[in-house]
Ligand binder design. Structure first.
Ligand code: NAD
Length: 466
């Protein structure tokens, strides 16, 4: 009798835990692991690895979402030579007018088209004379609008995270593969100077084999919660466990590990604290009787890759602490750390060409040595545009380098630096971490958005015109 009850209990548990059947995008629980399915590629679709579209002489941009982040982009776009902002859209018409004023202040022409309201984005996407839809709307709208834009023949660039569920990740991949339109997530942290230089050093062997990397988004959002239109951000955190904002942490370190360019994120485990401070913040906002705030104050995620490397990602937006967008690289021959101070520790053999013979990988090198090395190994894409990027700004210049590279590649008809698989893999952590936590931190076998092609490319490259 006991055995029958046990079998029944397991059957009910499996049925209630399974996301979907084995032939679709959901998961099953097998041998104490949550196993996500990778569905076969539908007929008529092709891989977007190294996809290059026809060159675009002058890129016409339509921007949807003119809040904090969108208006920042309006300030930057006038500095892009081969692009113009021709269409603007926000829920509120006054935000559109404010954006027009920003363009005027920069001496740029006003955008030709203006749209507003919940569905104004549809008219923007349907325009014949735009090439790129750039999205800076709340997370929950990213995929819906991006899919609509690609269906209407536009390339898309989407703020972070590009998607909030595995289903949305697959929608982006499938739509991009079917329509042959670029779908890039705007992960700006991949373009920060320290990260880019370290990537260059890694690719030139200064760190030996990179074995472990760390990334984080630890930023107390207390002063900002009121700024998000319709309270979208606090609401999302209130309702969800997991690392809901993983891409600043995971993006740069995935590039260091050549994820889907020779390696693959395989197994993930996430764990969070209770919502100590989150609950307090939410109660002060919604009143004591509102219920339970879901998102743990701190969420840690560990991922093991197919080639035996590990990644640690951290998220914390509620505790009072110094800002940290940690970026840490541990290799067989060296170490780099970005927060709280940028530091490099490399053995002298690896840097003998710079003539430092007193270096030891177990100690940080001096600031002067670090700066000289950073200068010497500056990434070519940062070198090209550094002066202008620092002048235009946007997180110290990285936002401008990101926009510049996006337009450069579209203009020259080159593959973009970040493809739709990056967007899906990095954003997939939103759901995968939540599912792991909801099952007592059970390991999750991650889906493969490239559908078996993760080792086809040999390393990450940044396309340059002849
Ligand atoms: N990469 C970064 O460093 C960075 C920094 C901040 C924000 N972000 C991302 O940018 C996005 C926007 O964040 P934000 O801080 O600007 O939020 P926000 O609330 O300030 O702005 C969102 C804007 O979208 C508009 N909007 C809402 N629904 C719309 C619709 N249906 N059609 C058109 N417009 C609509 C709102 O009116 C608002 O102006 C988010 O994805 C966020 O994660 C990224």
């Amino acid at each position: 009798m006991k055995k029958i009850f046990a079998a029944l209990f397991i059957a009910v548990l499996v049925a209630s835990c399974c996301g979907q059947g084995s032939n679709d995008i959901g998961y099953v629980i097998k041998d104490n692991q949550i196993v996500y399915n990778t569905p076969p590629r539908p007929a008529g679709q092709q891989s977007m690895l190294k996809f290059a579209a026809e060159p675009i002489e002058h890129v016409r941009i339509g921007l949807v979402g003119l809040g904090d982040r969108g208006s920042g982009a309006v300030h930057r776009f006038p500095y892009l030579e081969d692009a113009s902002l021709v269409a603007l859209c926000d829920l509120f018409p006054d935000r559109v007018e404010k954006a027009q004023k920003i363009l005027e202040e920069h001496g740029a022409p006003r955008a030709k088209y203006e749209f507003s309201g919940e569905e104004g984005y549809k008219q923007l996407c349907e325009l014949e004379d735009i090439d790129l839809v750039y999205l800076a709307v709340p997370w929950q709208l990213h995929t819906k609008i991006a899919v609509y834009a690609m269906e209407h023949g536009k390339h898309v660039a989407i703020e972070v995270p590009a998607a909030t569920s595995i289903e949305e990740c697959w929608q982006l991949v499938n739509t991009s593969e079917r329509t042959r339109k670029h779908c890039m997530m705007l992960e700006n942290c991949c373009y920060d100077f320290f990260e880019l230089t370290c990537l260059n050093m890694i690719q030139q062997g200064l760190f030996g084999d990179v074995v472990h990397v760390e990334g984080s988004y630890c930023h107390n959002l207390d002063p900002y919660w009121d700024n998000y239109q319709g309270d979208w951000r606090m609401k999302y955190n209130k309702d969800h466990h997991g690392d809901v904002y993983p891409t600043h942490g995971i993006g740069p370190v995935c590039q260091d590990l050549d994820i889907h360019r020779g390696d693959k994120m395989d197994l993930l485990v996430a764990m969070d604290t209770d919502a100590f401070q989150g609950q307090v913040r939410a109660e002060s906002r919604y009143g004591a009787g509102f219920g339970k705030y879901a998102n743990g104050d701190n969420t840690c995620t560990i991922i093991r890759t197919r080639k035996g490397k590990t990644i640690l990602i951290e998220h914390d937006v509620v505790t009072p602490r110094p800002y940290s967008r940690m970026y840490q690289v541990m290799g067989t021959k060296g170490f780099a750390n970005k927060y709280p101070n940028e530091g490099l520790a490399l053995g002298s053999d690896e840097v003998k060409d710079v003539a430092y013979d007193d270096l030891d990988a177990e100690e940080y090198m001096s600031d002067a040595q670090r700066d000289a090395l950073m200068e010497q190994y500056k990434h070519p894409i940062a070198k090209d545009v550094e002066e202008l990027a620092r002048k235009v700004g946007g997180h110290g210049g990285m936002d401008f380098i990101m926009d510049y590279r996006l337009i450069y590649c579209l203009h020259h008809g080159l593959p973009l630096d970040q493809d739709v698989y990056d967007a899906a893999e990095w954003s997939s952590l939103v759901e995968l971490t939540e599912v792991s936590i909801n099952h007592g931190s059970m390991p999750v076998v991650m889906p493969d958005f490239t559908r078996g092609e993760w080792d086809k490319l040999e390393g990450l490259t940044f396309a340059m015109a002849e």
